[in-house]
Design a protein around this ligand. Structure first.
Ligand SMILES: Cc1ncc(C[n+]2csc(CCOP(=O)(O)OP(=O)(O)O)c2C)c(N)n1
Length: 327
């Protein structure tokens, strides 16, 4: 059972991630109309939002410390937020500004914050290897730091995932692999891309425990992730967790979503995980509506401040365009 502090922490992280994504959905369209121009506007480039997937971030990262490593894929904001990435500099990075995490050169799929050991990549499954490498480094140093590697259910079929899981299992490294199964790999349903319905069953083939969390359930994930993280810290090796989660927006902003069955998103929103967590918290009796509202308001204010910071920030000077690149 999560403590009161852990419940409030997860709720605040989820509210922050949701508000961040909903704000981004609006900001992203600035300057891209009337004809959708992906390179124009306040936030140039592709945009992948994770509204609906907040449990995966909060239910795992609540167990982590700054020195633990997290790698995330191309849909990274909810995880970055839960890992404690500097929200001002993250937003400035996404806006392409000089004060961004990588000076505005990386954009939303390439957020790096060494202060909290967070990285992500637009190459799917790319983070699995570095997470295993960071876990090996922690083990060799005799520290009890661990790694968490987030991938989508589509990326779970990428070759790099197999290599990383195998090595982590063989060397009993402190890694937790989290598969965010949002049912779609772009427009391809999981049933057309994956031979088995429950990908966590693959864990046995890598000599590690596998766990399946149904229905985007934050509290169920909290328990399973707590066990997996503790096992890794004790030096007993890796785990694989698959979470059935949802994605409310398209694969990318501007996606016509012709593949989606009508009414799917509305049905998903009817069992929204943030509302469910809030209800469970209040019914538990330890947390009042005022405390929950205060956490939500704090989260939204922090997000508003981050967007204001990014808007006010300067762009890099054009003459710096060729620094930090291979020429
Ligand atoms: C190695 C590699 N192959 C293909 C792509 C193109 N691509 C981007 S996202 C994506 C689908 C990813 O699906 P999933 O892992 O389920 O994550 P989701 O988008 O659902 O969050 C693909 C094929 C890529 N970025 N990297």
């Amino acid at each position: 059972m999560p403590s009161k502090a852990q419940l409030l922490w997860m709720y605040e992280a989820m509210e922050k991630a949701r508000y961040y994504e909903d704000t981004m959905a609006t900001v992203y369209m600035e300057g891209k109309q009337p004809k959708f121009d992906i390179g124009a506007g306040t936030v140039p480039g592709e945009m992948h939002l994770a509204a609906g997937q907040e449990p995966c971030a909060a239910g795992v990262c609540v167990h982590l410390r700054p020195e633990d490593t997290v790698t995330a894929p191309h849909r990274p904001h909810h995880v970055a937020i839960a890992k404690g990435v500097d929200l001002n500099r993250m937003t400035a990075e996404i806006f392409g500004k000089k004060s961004g995490l990588s000076g505005g050169r990386g954009g939303h799929m390439h957020l790096f914050d060494p202060a909290v050991n967070f990285a992500c990549s637009g190459i799917i499954a790319e983070g699995t290897g570095p997470a295993v490498g960071a876990a090996l480094a922690a083990k060799l140093k005799g520290s009890d730091a661990i790694s968490v590697s987030y991938i989508g259910e589509g990326a779970a079929n990428q070759g790099a995932t197999h290599e990383a899981l195998n090595l982590a299992g063989l060397w009993k490294l402190p890694v937790v692999f989290v598969i965010e199964d949002n049912a779609w790999g772009i427009s391809v349903p999981k049933s057309k891309a994956t031979a088995i319905a429950d990908t966590s069953q693959r864990a046995a083939g890598y000599g590690m425990p596998g766990h399946h969390v149904a229905d985007n359930d934050t509290l169920a994930l909290f328990e399973v992730a707590g066990e997996a993280v503790a096992r890794a810290r004790r030096g007993e090796g890796p785990s694989l967790i698959e979470v059935e989660t949802y994605r409310y927006y398209g694969h990318f902003q501007g996606d016509p979503e012709l593949y989606r069955p009508k009414g799917e998103v509305e049905a998903l929103k009817a069992k929204d995980p943030i509302e469910r967590l809030r209800k469970a918290m209040l019914e538990g009796g330890e947390i009042t509506a005022e405390e929950a509202d205060a956490a939500r308001d704090r989260a939204r204010q922090e997000v508003d401040e981050a967007y204001a910071f990014a808007r006010a920030a300067d762009y890099p000077a054009p003459e710096e365009a060729l620094t930090h690149v291979f020429a």
